[in-house]
Design a protein around this ligand. Structure first.
Ligand code: PEP
Ligand code: MG
Length: 592
């Protein structure tokens, strides 16, 4: 009896990527596959093939610019997610290494333009993935961007039509095999109830964008395209990761109730922005935002964050062939500092290395073309900056000048010894003197110089480092990776990546206590800072400042307001007496 009864309820599961409940009729947007037949060409035809490639580039550019112009109708946070991606695509088909290499491949390997595009994008994606070090997630995304631009070029070269959402009826649930990130720019979240796809993963751009659009979504649902037909009633639960096709009356009633509860929860979180971040017994907890790209600024303003606790400056150096000069960097930092209207901004200087590949550093010969055998343990963060002081000095000069616009702090990545911090401070002092000689205006009180604590070495010498550093920022993402010897982006060992491991918690505690004794500020800016389930433990360990993804601020504030600092201390004491991570997880998350 394997035949499924027509109209019977079917429940499928996938990866929950964007919370919310969608109820609506199924709409399937089909996309014919682009077929590439690998073929060789005569040398005499290579000029014509290069011209075909150039025409496809022009067409792709037009399409992307059109998508970019359409963004204005999307909500601000969706624009913040999608715009940089479209810009990255546009840069890839500008005067880029990818385009040069594809042209060269046509002429040298004597293949058609589409064959050259497929081969070149695959080769580039493979290089990016092979160079991935400590955090494979960003590299996987970057490799997917390269493949995606390749697919667009191929579709234009082979004149295969793109997916169209033109016929999507209001309130429908979109079900399809895969959804490319740029498709998200074509979706109208006010007309679309939800999305479920057969392909995709939780950390891809598509997932990030669906979250930013606020569309309930479940990806990687096995058997989806077989299970539903157009017009079937579908429920997508983007938090539970379920897709129900042809729900029974009881399932439908429960789903309708869940829709109401979700809307009420959203409203409540929205109101959080105006409330103070204080525990029940009056302990103030500072909630700040991490910023990866300046387009996130409006999101930060909406979130109610009281400053930027970590500005990852890598974005300034990525997706470009030359390094940004002092003026370009100054303008960017000044814009961010001004936008924060007097709230502090902590700018972390360039953290190159590991997963963070920066083409301009390679093309200008500043770092080797081939990554270290183990980039996470190589020339990363402060190590590169001390080796290439010109790079460091330019960035420090830009930050120092921008600091005239508001309170600013400077943060050094991957510090492991006191001597690195001393060397960095000497360079900092030198830059200050040089700027003064140049007649630049600098703030009377210069920006404090702090360090990331993100290796066990730094954490265990936190007492010594606290004598030289002006502040600490705990980078628990790397701290967990380096302590447990588990790559933070490697799926094979992901179950071992556990910030609740007692070894990590002891390092967090030791660092926090060292900072408190030395009377210097300490914050946590790794992912655990934005997880409300960890808030009680972190407060209990003595932390009072958290920096996180802007969207997490309301939830963490809600957690803070429900807590009592004394209870948090008792929880931390009990947790620190336990050595089994599973028991700790139970105590902290209550079985979640
Ligand atoms: C960290 O390591 O926890 C951190 C905040 O830095 P990044 O994630 O940029 O390495
Ligand atoms: Mg780090």
């Amino acid at each position: 009896m394997s035949r499924i009864e027509a109209g019977a309820e079917r429940r499928l599961t996938g990866i929950p990527v964007s919370p919310g409940i969608a109820i609506g009729p199924m709409f399937g947007a089909l996309e014919p596959p682009a077929v590439v037949t690998r073929s060789k060409i005569q040398a005499a035809d290579s000029g014509a093939e290069v011209s075909r490639l150039d025409a496809a580039i022009v067409q792709s550019r037009k399409q992307l610019i059109k998508l970019r112009n359409r963004l204005a109708v999307l909500p601000e946070d969706s624009q913040a997610e999608i715009a940089p991606l479209l810009d990255a695509y546009l840069q890839m088909i500008g005067p880029s290494r990818l385009v040069r290499a594809t042209r060269k491949r046509i002429a040298e390997a004597l293949v058609t333009a589409e064959t050259a595009v497929v081969d070149e994008t695959e080769a580039l994606a493979a290089t990016i993935l092979a160079a991935a070090g400590d955090g494979g997630q960003a590299s996987r995304r970057h490799a997917e961007e390269v493949r995606e631009i390749g697919r667009r070029l191929v579709r234009n070269l082979t004149r295969t039509p793109f997916r169209s959402f033109a016929g999507l009826p209001p309130g429908a649930v979109l079900l399809c095999e895969g959804l490319r990130p740029a498709d998200a720019a074509l979706l109208d979240p006010s007309r679309l109830a939800g999305v479920a796809t057969e392909e995709g993963g939780s950390d891809g751009h598509t997932a990030v964008m669906l979250r930013a659009l606020g569309v309930p979504a479940v990806l990687a649902v096995d058997g989806l395209s077989q299970a539903a037909k157009p017009g079937d009633l579908v429920i997508v639960d983007g938090a539970a990761g379920t897709v129900v096709i042809n729900p029974s009356a009881a399932t439908l009633t429960a789903a309708r109730r869940a829709v109401t509860a979700f809307a009420q929860e959203r409203q409540r979180l929205g109101r959080m922005r105006r409330l103070v971040s204080v525990t029940q017994d009056g302990v103030a907890i500072e909630l700040q935002a991490n910023l990866e790209i300046p387009v996130e600024l409006p999101l930060i303003a909406q979130s109610g964050a009281s400053g930027i606790g970590l500005l990852r400056s890598e974005f300034m150096f990525m997706n470009r062939e030359t390094l940004p000069d002092e003026t370009a960097q100054y303008e960017t930092y000044r814009t961010v500092i001004e936008a924060m209207g007097g709230d502090p901004v902590t700018i972390r200087v360039l953290d190159w290395g590991g997963e963070k590949e920066i083409e301009a550093l390679q093309s200008e010969g500043i770092v080797p073309d081939i990554a270290d055998t183990n980039p996470a343990l190589g020339l990363r963060g402060i190590r590169l900056l001390l080796r290439k002081p010109e790079l460091f000095e330019t960035q420090l000069a830009a930050i120092l000048r921008a600091a005239m616009a508001g309170p600013t702090r400077i943060l050094l990545p991957m510090v492991t010894t006191v001597s690195e911090l001393r060397a960095a401070r000497d360079i900092y002092d030198r830059v200050v003197r040089r700027l003064r000689r140049r007649g630049e205006r600098l703030p009377d009180k210069l920006p404090p110089l702090g360090i990331m604590i993100e290796t066990p070495g730094a954490a265990l010498s936190a007492d010594a480092l606290a004598e030289v550093a002006d502040f600490f920022a705990l980078g628990t993402n790397d701290l967990t990776m380096y302590t447990l010897a588990v790559d933070r982006g490697e799926t094979e060992v992901s179950e071992l990546y556990d910030p609740l491991h007692p070894a990590v918690l002891r390092l967090v505690q030791f660092t926090t206590q060292a900072a408190v004794r030395a009377n210097i500020p300490v914050s946590v800016c790794g992912e655990i800072g934005g997880n409300p389930q960890f808030t009680a433990l972190l407060i209990g360990l003595g932390l009072r400042t958290f920096s996180m993804n802007a969207s997490s601020v309301p939830r963490v504030k809600q957690a803070v307001r429900a807590l009592n600092a004394d209870d948090c201390r008792a929880l931390a004491e009990a947790v620190m007496a336990v050595s089994d991570p599973a028991v700790i997880r139970q105590m902290v998350m209550g079985g979640a």
